[in-house]
Every structure is written in structure tokens, then in C-alpha cells.
Design a protein around this ligand. Structure first.
Ligand code: AHM
Ligand code: MG
Length: 332
């Protein structure tokens, strides 16, 4: 059921998740609970993000640290908040986080889900009051529930995701997610402390007129990428680059556009991480009718080899990504 339309705009996230449980006839409701846990943690991070500018003013919120410790950075706070929410919920057995070198094994005997998360993406934008985001992927563990976590539970290709999503802390805060039955977006109403369905059944325009790439590295791109960006310019497309994947992706998803992070000298495999950045966005993109590739392969089909593996990423409106890839392959 792709409609989501049986539910009027204004439905709360909780109610929406509950009503969608019938998409999984044999499910026990744990995935629903897990999504609610993530939503709760994102509300806390939203609160911290909103007052980030004040967080270094000692005692402004009665938060003076009695040990005299330095205030923690927002990305660390977000990491702690999400890990806490995911550990307490009981549905998750292991977490992969951008902020942690190793897999976090929660030693949870009943948890059947694995979560990969970038708790606060867009690090260069955190201190300067520009949109940032949280990105998450949810997998079902492959080995038996209750047994020790194995590599195969963690290193799953994106096609195995049971859900993915992002939270955008922007001019308003939004949570967008998919469980493989279309994409729905919810806007946070601060005064009520609730996410409300505001963007049911998001579909990406097939074509668009926005391109998003860090042009400072132009001299390092393969020729085809440069050809494509020159084509965008010849058509007077708009260049838009926030430097927060969530924000750039979200805008392009709604308006039509392409986001590109190719290989560069500094990042020969691209910059973005497969497990907790590219896969989540690729699942959402495909569910909305858009496309995500590393230049050769569908992002979702890449078999991960390491936890923090990077990948080039070309994602967005179908026609734009296809044209970019055609030019890229011509020049090889
Ligand atoms: P981060 O995880 O350190 O925040 O890096 C990921 C971010 C993305 O959100 C963004 O699209 C990209 O890095 C921007 O990179 P650059 O500054 O190289 O253009
Ligand atoms: Mg990141």
C-alpha cells in the first residue's frame, strides 16, 4: 500500500506507525516500537540542537557541570542519546555508529534488529547554525536471536534494510522514513512535542533543475562528472550545496535535483559512509522513485566489507542521475 492517503495530514507519527503495522502481518510490533524510540531520541536531540548556541554559556539552563567538565559537543550528545534510546527499547541487539570505531554489542538477548546510525551528520554545520541531520538504517539480524552477534548480522547490503530514515533539524524539524512501502514525512510541532504527518507518500520528481556538489574539488573529478556539471550550467540549473547530506538530499527529493559526492584526491572512495549514510538515503530515494548509485552499482547492492566503508554517491531524480552516469561512462 503506497497510498498513506487513508491517513489525513495531521496524523501523529505514533498513530501512523501503529496503523501501518498491518503492512507486516506476522510482525510483533517491535519494529514499530523501534521507530518510536528513534523518534523520541530525535526530539531530545532537536531540543539540544535548538539551544546549541547557548550551551556554552555556563548555567544558562541550570546545566553547569559540577565536575567543571567541558560541555560535550552536539554530535557526541546525539550519539549518547540515540544509543541510550536504542539500548533501553530492547528491540536492538547491535548498533553501528559513525561516532564509534567498533560495533556496539548491546548483549540484548531478545533484540532482533541491528541499527546503523549517523547520530548527527553535517559536522561542519553544527557550530554555525545551519541545518544538520540524523540518518538511520534498520536491519533484521541474520543469526539466531539471543546468540552472539556475527559479522553477517552487521555487514548486510542495503537491499536488506527493513526501514531507514532521517531527521532534518532545519527551519523546522522533520522525520522522513520508509519501511519499503513508500516514503512518508512528518513535521515536528514543538509546542505539542509531536511529529505530525505533513508529507504523505513522497514522490521525487523524475527530473529536476538543482545540482548539489562541492565544486571546490572540481579539478579532482573524473571527466564525465565535470561534463555533467557543465551541462547543468549550460541549462542554467541552480547550484545548491548546504554541506549537510540530509538537507541537500531532502531539498532535492522534494524539488527535483541531484546530489553528487564523487571520488576526490582526499577521498578516493568518496566521502560518505555506506552503512549509515548512503544506504539509508538510497532506500528512501528508491522508494520515492529516485535513484542512487556509486557510478557502477546500485548503492543498495554493494556488499559492505568494513564498518566505516566509504562510497562515491550519486543520488536524486532519475533522469538527472541517469544522464550524469551516461556522461561519466562515456569519458572512462
Ligand atoms: P560528516 O559525517 O563528517 O558530517 O560528513 C558528511 C557530510 C555530509 O553531510 C555532506 O554532504 C558532506 O559531508 C560534505 O562534505 P564536504 O564538506 O567535503 O563537501
Ligand atoms: Mg556523517
Amino acid at each position: 500500500d503506497q497510498s498513506g492517503l487513508a491517513y489525513s495530514v495531521g496524523t501523529t507519527l505514533d498513530r501512523f506507525i501503529k496503523s501501518k503495522q498491518s503492512d507486516f502481518p506476522f510482525a510483533s510490533g517491535e519494529l514499530s516500537q523501534l521507530l518510536r524510540d528513534i523518534a523520541l531520541a530525535s526530539k531530545i536531540v532537536n531540543r539540544e540542537t535548538n539551544r546549541a548556541g547557548l550551551s556554552n554559556i555556563g548555567g544558562a539552563f541550570g546545566q553547569t557541570n559540577i565536575q567543571g567538565e567541558e560541555q560535550q559537543k552536539l554530535d557526541i550528545i546525539a550519539n549518547i542519546r540515540f544509543i541510550r534510546a536504542l539500548s533501553k527499547g530492547g528491540e536492538v541487539c547491535a548498533i553501528v555508529s559513525e561516532e564509534e570505531d567498533a560495533v556496539i554489542d548491546l548483549q540484548n538477548k531478545s533484540g532482533k534488529y541491528v541499527v546503523a546510525i549517523d547520530p548527527l551528520d553535517g559536522s561542519s554545520n553544527i557550530d554555525v547554525n545551519i541545518s544538520i541531520g540524523t540518518i538511520f538504517s534498520i536491519y533484521r539480524r541474520k543469526t539466531q536471536v539471543g546468540s552472539p552477534i556475527q559479522k553477517e548480522d552487521i555487514m548486510q547490503p542495503g537491499t536488506e534494510q527493513v526501514a531507514s530514515g532521517y531527521v532534518l533539524y532545519g527551519s523546522s524539524t522533520m522525520l522522513v522514513y520508509t519501511t519499503g512501502f513508500g516514503v512518508n514525512g512528518f513535521t515536528y510541532e514543538q509546542s505539542l512535542g509531536e511529529f505530525f504527518l505533513s508529507h504523505p507518500c513522497i514522490k521525487s520528481p523524475e527530473d529536476g533543475q538543482i545540482y548539489s556538489i562541492n565544486e571546490g574539488t572540481q579539478d579532482e573529478w573524473e571527466l564525465g562528472i565535470k561534463d555533467y556539471i557543465d551541462t547543468c550550467k549550460s541549462r542554467k540549473y541552480s547550484a545548491r550545496y548546504i554541506g549537510s547530506l540530509v538537507a541537500d538530499f531532502h531539498r532535492n527529493l522534494l524539488k527535483g535535483g541531484i546530489y553528487l559526492y564523487p571520488a576526490t584526491q582526499k577521498n578516493p572512495n568518496g566521502k560518505l559512509r555506506l552503512l549509515y549514510e548512503a544506504n539509508a538515503m538510497a532506500f528512501i530515494a528508491e522508494q520515492a522513485g529516485a535513484v542512487a548509485t556509486d557510478g557502477n552499482r546500485r548503492i543498495l547492492e554493494i556488499k559492505p566489507e568494513s564498518l566505516h566503508q566509504r562510497t562515491p554517491l550519486f543520488i536524486g531524480s532519475k533522469k538527472m542521475v541517469e544522464e550524469a552516469m551516461t556522461l561519466a561512462s562515456v569519458s572512462i
